[in-house]
Design a protein around this ligand. Structure first.
Ligand code: PGA
Length: 252
């Protein structure tokens, strides 16, 4: 069975003291994390080391929220995949819709970020997903396909297997409006078919495809029960230890 993954995306939230408190509370919850399951927490960069240390005796791993598109050099304020890897962090979110929209990250920059991640043993958690206008026009499948082809399809099959895809319809992020489990399944099956057409079905069956967009304890079981939904990328609800623990325990 491919990995079932619950990934927390803290975004730009929590002081360090609050982050410690949240992890303490999370570790007090009854968590069942099996060998085919993975829990990730994408913290702000400065917290990667302290939170990773705190998680050392758990099965939970830290994840970066972004990485640079270049290897190193005069790029003030950026953090490279090489730096992230040197902290023993092996996951990074790439292409979150907030990065695409607010920081103007386009397909080609994201392709470079994916290359940097893979060159430094960092698994990309590659985000895709359509805005509301595209969903209303009914063209979401080709929109998401373009996001995948433009930023991932230069990879070889072995590299593609290192990637995790997160489908996050923009109209569902932070809005409390979740895609229905049927809408999620339909898109996840499409994404898997697109990956299969390019890389073959063995690769497509290996890649975990997470759903993101207002995942909560109350909808996680139904979403994760769908055959092509391999877990979730969770924003708001991951800031609550009890909610996030329930989401972890909803993994297949
Ligand atoms: P949300 O965010 O769970 O708060 O909708 C998800 C995300 O942006 O990754």
């Amino acid at each position: 069975m491919r990995k079932q993954i619950a990934a927390a995306n803290w975004k730009m939230n929590l002081t360090l003291a609050e982050a410690h408190e949240l992890i303490d509370l999370l570790l007090q919850q009854p968590l069942s994390i099996e060998a085919h399951q993975q829990v990730l927490i994408a913290t702000p960069f400065p917290y990667l080391i302290p939170i990773q240390q705190k998680l050392a005796n758990s099965q939970i791993k830290c994840c970066a929220q972004n990485i640079a598109s270049t290897q190193n050099g005069a790029f003030t304020g950026e953090t490279s995949a090489e730096i992230v890897n040197s902290l023993h962090i092996n996951y990074a979110i790439i292409g979150h819709s907030e990065r695409r929209e607010l920081f103007h990250e386009d397909h080609s920059v994201l392709a470079l970020k994916v290359n940097q991640a893979l060159a430094h043993s960092v698994h990309p958690v590659f985000c895709c997903g359509e805005p509301l206008a595209i969903r209303e026009a009914g063209t979401q499948n080709s929109y998401v396909e373009t996001q995948l082809t433009e930023s991932l399809f230069h990879l070889d099959a072995e590299q593609m297997k290192q990637c995790i895809v997160a489908y996050e319809p923009i109209w569902a992020i932070g809005t409390g409006k979740t895609a229905s489990s049927e809408q999620a399944q339909e898109m996840h099956a499409h994404i898997r078919a697109v990956i299969a057409a390019k890389f073959g079905s063995e690769v497509a069956e290996t890649v975990s495809i997470l759903y993101g967009g207002s995942v909560k304890a109350s909808n996680a079981i139904e979403l994760f029960a769908k055959p092509d939904v391999d877990g979730g990328l969770v924003g708001g609800a991951s800031l609550n230890a009890v909610e996030f623990a329930a989401i972890i325990n909803a993994l297949k």
